[in-house]
Design a protein around this ligand. Structure first.
Ligand code: ZN
Length: 215
């Protein structure tokens, strides 16, 4: 007779393994499952997945649970970035203006998160609804003659490549950095609003200058 070792372990096919992984993701309501989480809720051992699929991540990908592996920018970060761009332009940014160095993110993450650029702007305004200061800024109309009109503001920002001319920082590389248009010869000392007298400064460098207001 032939001596054969019989194992009690039932063979599970790939699909059964992956389905159990998906099941755990469902229980946790997540699109990624860590090995520790799986060990707590799953039926199989993590080494079974390693042996079968080569690695834990490969198993996740095969189970369609690889979404979290991509960079996932959180909503607050998207809103913070949008706010910086909005404040820099002093109006709602247009779709094609969401580019570096003015904006850290393109419209892509906004599109996929909110289902379109307009929806993203709407969601942002709702998010900011309680921020009275921001609402005031949106409604504010220029009163003083030192106000630099939008066309010139944009021209100066573009000319300076959306960077502070002193320290070189931009909102794209430094979140929450805001850019201001500064009068080189202060307005209070007779400086005019022509673009040759204007420069882009970040809030820090603008504050350091001390002689002029932010616009
Ligand atoms: Zn600066």
């Amino acid at each position: 007779m032939k001596f054969e070792l019989r194992s009690n372990a039932k063979y599970f096919n790939d699909e059964e393994l992956l389905n159990d992984l998906k099941q755990v993701a469902k229980i946790l309501d997540k699109n990624k499952v860590t090995q520790t989480e799986y060990q707590e809720y799953g039926k199989f051992s993590k080494s079974t997945f390693h042996n079968r699929f080569g690695s834990w991540n490969k198993a996740l990908i095969l189970a369609g649970l690889n979404k979290a592996l991509k960079q996932n920018i959180d909503e607050k970060e998207l809103f913070d970035n949008l706010e910086v761009v909005w404040r820099t332009l002093e109006r709602q940014p247009k779709y094609n203006e969401m580019v570096k160095p003015l904006s850290k993110y393109s419209t892509k993450p906004y599109d996929s998160r909110f289902g379109g650029w307009m929806n993203a702007c709407k969601a942002f305004i709702e998010y900011k609804d309680s921020d009275v200061k921001f609402i005031k800024l949106l409604q504010e109309k220029p009163k003083r003659t030192r106000y630099i009109n939008e066309k010139i503001r944009l021209k100066v920002l573009k000319r300076d490549n959306y960077r502070c001319v002193k320290c070189g920082r931009s909102p794209a590389t430094h979140l929450n950095l805001s850019l201001h248009i500064d009068h080189i010869k202060p307005f209070s000392k007779g400086g005019n609003n022509h673009e040759e007298n204007l420069q882009t400064l970040c809030d820090k460098c603008n504050l350091g200058k001390g002689n002029d207001e932010s616009i």
